[in-house]
Design a protein around this ligand. Structure first.
Ligand SMILES: [Zn+2]
Length: 487
């Protein structure tokens, strides 16, 4: 037998350990079946990834995922990896909040220039509302946006308006001194646009535009989290909850007719996590009733809001249990840096058979929950930009999902509230996850797995999934051809 020197044994052992780790990594199970074409595209991808990483190893400020997204976005737009990711057919987007989803550019350039839009302050929060005249709503003194814009120059006013609709600032670390401050502004933003989105024509146009933005980012299906808005017309008509869903579904159907490749939308009803039990029960009764009427559209329930300030899921145990035979759950849980506190919501999310867990940021602190969730194949919805902007995690290289990626935990990448940080689509979150949370040598197999997971872990019926997968494969093949043609 050939005797190995000490150095050779060491090198062998080292190689074996690193190879074993590689085989555990997210997406690795696809590696052996990659086609020649995929391997050729991977070469293009890896060359660019390693270029970007090498320049970052030399100067870490070149590493865009670790720069605050407000400062990094324009530079990410220039990245060649980002350009490739934008072209990828990304499958589905499974965690997006309806009221912070359509791009802020659309709201400012289109919606805010419409007639009859007014602004005013209620409890120190700026609100936007469509009114037939300023006396129609007496909650505050309303001024027409046209007039506000006339009183300044349009660019100055539009810039000010943008600040009301996004968290973006030049110096986020100074302005947002802690997580409570950033959440306060975040919460106010939803209040600013609540009545704006409730104006029926704007609601429809925003849904349509949102789907267009997802579609333009090569996303063919979405699961949107929202509340039932009290849709209204200028003449004072207010629509019922049933009308809200009818109008919503009609708008989605119109988009599907115009874009036959788009597979549709499902709705996850979101209840603020601070509600009292009575309010929750009323919400549940309504949504269960609506679910019977729109069974193919309304898929389930979630709780939303700042997890530290809400109730623990366990406090709603009896209400959730009773709703279980009607609704599926898609709980946000463990979107926290605390340990032994709100993070324990993950236990409830698992025990209530949540279909997926929103964020699950704290899960790696809980080995038994992590094991249980993996055994039950409950995917986590990872939203890296949201976690950075909402101050859970500064640097995505240290995001807990790096461990989950390294151990092939089922993950889907989501965008959460893209308009709140002046983003749209899903490519930014894919880019950040790919660049910061995978190893230097991770390539196309990871990106392919992101797309496959998004379809597999969606709430589509099995037949729909099969159909979507078939079409996705064709889109993927077109993408491969495009890359080989252009690079
Ligand atoms: Zn969310």
């Amino acid at each position: 037998m050939l005797k190995l020197s000490e150095g050779e044994t060491y090198a062998q052992e080292r190689r074996k350990i690193l190879n074993d780790e590689k085989s555990l990594f997210f997406g690795n199970k696809l590696t052996s079946s990659l086609t020649t074409k995929e391997l050729m595209v991977n070469e293009v991808l890896m060359e660019k990834k390693i270029d970007e990483l090498t320049s970052s190893y030399e100067n870490s400020s070149n590493f865009l995922p670790s720069v605050h997204f407000f400062q990094a976005k324009e530079r990410i737009d220039q990245s060649e990896i980002f350009a490739i990711i934008k072209r990828i057919p990304k499958g589905a987007c499974l965690h997006t909040h309806l009221s912070a989803a359509v791009s802020v550019d659309f709201i400012i350039d289109n919606i805010s220039y419409r007639d009859c839009l007014y602004g005013g302050y209620i409890n120190d929060v700026f609100k936007l509302k469509f009114l037939s005249d300023s006396t129609q709503d007496n909650r505050c003194k309303w001024t027409e946006i046209k007039e506000m814009r006339r009183n300044q120059t349009a660019p100055v006013f539009d810039q000010w308006l943008r600040q009301q609709l996004t968290l973006n600032v030049d110096n986020p670390k100074e302005i947002y001194s802690n997580i409570e401050t950033v959440w306060k502004k975040f919460r106010n933003m939803f209040s600013t646009t609540y009545d704006l989105f409730s104006y029926r024509p704007v609601f429809q146009d925003c849904i349509y535009q949102l789907l267009q933005e997802l579609y333009d980012d090569n996303i063919m299906y979405a699961e949107l989290k929202g509340t039932v808005l009290p849709l209204y017309e200028l003449d004072g008509t207010v629509y019922s909850k049933k009308d809200f869903f009818e109008i919503f579904v009609q708008t989605v159907n119109k988009f599907r007719t115009d874009h036959p490749k788009f597979k549709g939308v499902r709705y996850i009803h979101s209840v603020p996590r601070g509600v009292d039990k009575e309010t929750l029960q009323t919400e549940l009764n309504v949504i269960i009733e609506m679910q019977k009427l729109f069974s193919n559209f309304i898929i389930g329930l979630d709780f939303v809001g700042f997890e530290e300030e809400g109730k623990f899921l366990t406090e709603f145990r009896s209400e959730i249990s009773a709703a279980q035979k009607h609704l599926k759950f898609f709980f946000h849980a463990g979107e926290t840096n605390w340990f032994g506190q709100t993070d324990c919501n993950i236990a409830d999310a698992i025990l209530f058979n949540s279909q997926r867990i929103g964020h699950g940021f704290a899960i790696i602190k809980h080995p038994i929950l992590l094991r249980l969730a993996k055994e039950r194949n409950i995917p986590l919805e990872i939203c890296p930009i949201s976690n950075q902007v909402l101050m859970l995690n500064d640097d995505p290289r240290n995001h807990p999902a790096t461990y989950l990626m390294a151990t092939d935990y089922p993950l889907v990448i989501c965008n959460d509230d893209p308009s709140a940080w002046n983003a749209s689509g899903l490519s930014y979150d894919w880019y950040i996850t790919f660049m910061a949370m995978t190893t230097k040598m991770s390539g196309i197999e990871v990106l392919k797995q992101f797309a496959l997971n998004s379809i597999f872990y969606s709430s589509m019926e099995e037949k729909e999934k099969e159909m979507m997968m078939k079409e996705w494969k064709e889109q993927w093949d077109e993408f491969l051809n495009e890359i080989l043609k252009y690079y």
